[in-house]
Design a protein around this ligand. Structure first.
Ligand SMILES: O=C(O)[C@@H](O)[C@@H](O)[C@H](O)[C@H](O)CO
Ligand SMILES: [Fe+2]
Length: 373
């Protein structure tokens, strides 16, 4: 059984009450985090317990954390990384004490996802996030300003102003970090934490880069099947897994998302899936996000769910970003209505796939019985 969830930013920062999430049919999990702990610090047990209690009091479960971010010193490979790795291991132990099973993280230098439009208007009047490549041709600082100027008072995860206040020094620190060095630093990190993950029964699930292409000369190493193979080889175990984000992988038309799912799902390396659709605009990689339904975007969500079904995926899934519809002005990408519609649609596909294959099994059994008569 797929464990379906919904991302939530906490009672201070998310306009959506847990009660509403509980009312979405087939949604049993909250994907949460402690968003205010500075990257690199240990997550205190008390705070984890408080979040867990709050989620459980609302009748939901908290088993996936998105994200425990990785300090840039680890990605750059500075001597200070060892202390940050020790802190990370302690956070893993603290999360395990409260039944967390999966940690989603990313390994993108400096910033997380990039979009150029937070309220891109579609012909039906709904809005969503979009990416237009021509708008990221300036400096990293210009892009940072463009993204944060559209944040409407929310702190966008991965774009925390405090962390990015000295952008130039941070950027300079990556001067000699190319793809191979970043990958070596990722291997160092994984090899250091994996024994703790295995002991604590927590799976690490690296989120695919978004968009899956290098920007501002910074390396990207989680963007396609070859990259995923390299990461899988860093520590061969189901504890070293992926957050397959269908939208981010799908933003490169060369990525065959169902094939990637089949390859890594068969190796038990997909503990967590972000399911969303995107629609290409032209052929230079520009896209806007779209409703989840296959016919609304460029990705075939049926084929994606079928691939998951065929590899017996029984991990965690959440609908990724949604549009703003019905007058809602939500956190960019994280309104209630369209994500709830997406979740229902995904559950519909999964139910049909499960019952469809059960029917086939029944037919086979019946035919065999008939033959015996
Ligand atoms: O785009 C989003 O909102 C998320 O999919 C990512 O920010 C994701 O949470 C991180 O990359 C995971 O660390
Ligand atoms: Fe995602």
């Amino acid at each position: 059984m797929v464990k379906m969830g919904f991302r939530w930013y906490g009672s201070q920062d998310d306009p959506i009450p847990l009660k509403y999430i509980r009312q979405i049919p087939g949604c049993e999990q909250v994907v949460g985090a402690l968003f205010d702990i500075p990257v690199g610090e240990v997550w205190p047990k008390k705070r984890i317990k408080a979040l867990k209690d709050e989620v459980e009091a609302a009748g939901l479960k908290l088993e996936v954390i998105e994200s425990v971010n990785i300090h840039d010193d680890i990605k750059i490979g500075l001597p200070t990384r060892d202390q940050y790795i020790e802190n990370y291991k302690q956070t893993i132990r603290n999360l395990a004490a409260y039944g967390i099973k999966v940690i989603c993280y990313n390994f993108m230098p400096v910033f997380d996802w990039v979009r150029t439009d937070m309220r891109f208007e579609l012909p039906d009047g709904s809005t969503d996030l979009a990416y237009r490549h021509e708008m990221v041709q300036g400096t990293l600082q210009e892009t940072l300003d463009m993204v944060t100027s559209q944040s409407e008072g929310f702190t966008l995860p991965g774009w925390e102003p405090e962390r990015l206040s000295d952008l130039k020094s941070l950027f300079d620190a990556y001067a000699d970090v190319d793809e191979d060095k970043l990958a070596a630093n990722m291997a160092y990190f994984l090899q250091a934490i994996m024994p703790t993950c295995e002991e604590m029964d927590i799976k690490m699930a690296v989120h695919t880069d978004d968009p899956p292409r290098p920007l501002f000369g910074l390396p990207r190493i989680v963007k396609n099947a070859a990259d995923l193979r390299r990461i899988a080889a860093m520590w061969d175990s189901p504890y070293n897994g992926f957050t397959i984000c269908t939208g981010s992988l799908g933003e490169n038309p060369a990525n065959d998302v169902p094939a990637i799912i089949r390859e890594f799902g068969a190796q038990d390396k997909i503990p967590f899936v972000h399911a969303r659709n995107i629609k290409f605009m032209g052929d230079n990689g520009d896209f806007h996000e779209s409703a989840h339904l296959s016919s609304e975007g460029s990705l075939d969500m049926y084929e994606i769910m079928k691939a998951l079904h065929d590899v017996n995926f029984d991990g965690y899934m959440r609908p990724d970003h949604g549009r703003d519809i019905w007058g809602e002005v939500g956190r960019p990408g994280y309104g209630l209505y369209d994500r709830a519609l997406g979740l229902s649609y995904l559950n519909g596909l999964l139910e049909a796939l499960a019952k469809g294959s059960a029917d086939t099994t029944e037919t086979v059994v019946m035919t065999e019985e008939l033959e015996m008569v």
